[in-house]
Design a protein around this ligand. Sequence first.
Ligand code: AQP
Length: 334
Amino acid sequence: MEPSVTEKKKIVLSGIQPSGLITIGNYLGAVKTWSEIQEKYNCVFMIANLHATTVRQDPAVLRKNTLEAFAVLLACGIDPERSIVFIQSHVPAHAELTWALSCYTQFGELSRMTQFKDKSARYADNINAGLFNYPVLMASDILLYQAGLVPVGEDQKQHVELTRDIAGRFNGLYGNVFTMPECLFPKAGKRIMSLQDPAKKMSKSDPNPKGYAALLDDRDVIIKKFKSAVTDSETAVRFAEGKAGINNLMGIYSAFTGKSYEEIEAEFAGHGYGDFKLAVGETVADAFAPIKAEYARLMDDKEYLKKLAAEGAEKANRIARRTLDKVYRKIGYL
Ligand code: AQP
């Protein structure tokens, strides 16, 4: 049955960039929640390939990553019968609304975005206008579907707040055009840190692959990455200030097992970091094994995946067009 926005359920919008292999950070911060809330809400999920080009991408790799990310979402349990799943560039309204809303967003607001500051430091030779304008595209993604909830990791909180500011400003001028969105954070795993530098968030575009564990990494690779995770020089497994590496691993272990920090401390009392790291690595690898198997099955039939993506885009397009038409009317575009 086609998901309908006329039902009284809240609408959810979220996306993921096909800028590399989906990591355990993306999974715990976003995708896992997506698969769990499909019954409760009318969900719209997209592969954010327009966002991905704020950083230079190899065209063939971007195409490949886009379809693979689509398959990963399905393998993680996103059900195209219940939710709308599509590829962002297939729905032109995202780019169109971005132009309109750019004219209602201040330079100063965009300059304050932490992600812009981080990424412009990381990619100093390519500080492009798209990188600066990224939050307006994200606001358009959310507002086009009148989403009330946006399940994201904590790193995206500032962008959702800016979306609210833009929506509030537009509504103030033209009446109730946009729904005010709110963040929906996962209970555990809203900020997973790099395995090599626990002061930095885990990112799929980290040039050092040891910094992240990817959903599609081989079992041995996942375990090895956890075994070599950077921690402190103590030996006791306990959650405490100044132990960012261990705290991060405890957060990951807790998110997968449902155990509290006290339970984890009790489980590993008398064991060293080595045993704990191995247990975390094995737990993650075990959790990802069925997802990887389903992914492999889906990737066997790429034509079927493309057909699902086209169907998703058609559904998304119908909703997005409605909002865009209203915005154009309000602004006075003839
Ligand atoms: N480390 C993280 N911990 C928790 N959640 C995270 N997310 C990303 N990193 C973490 C959440 O994953 C969703 C999809 O993210 P994205 O692909 O749209 O962009 P991002 O936040 O920039 O993710 P990456 O992995 O860091 O990508 P790159 O390296 O390309 O910039 C979002 O909901 C995000 O909160």
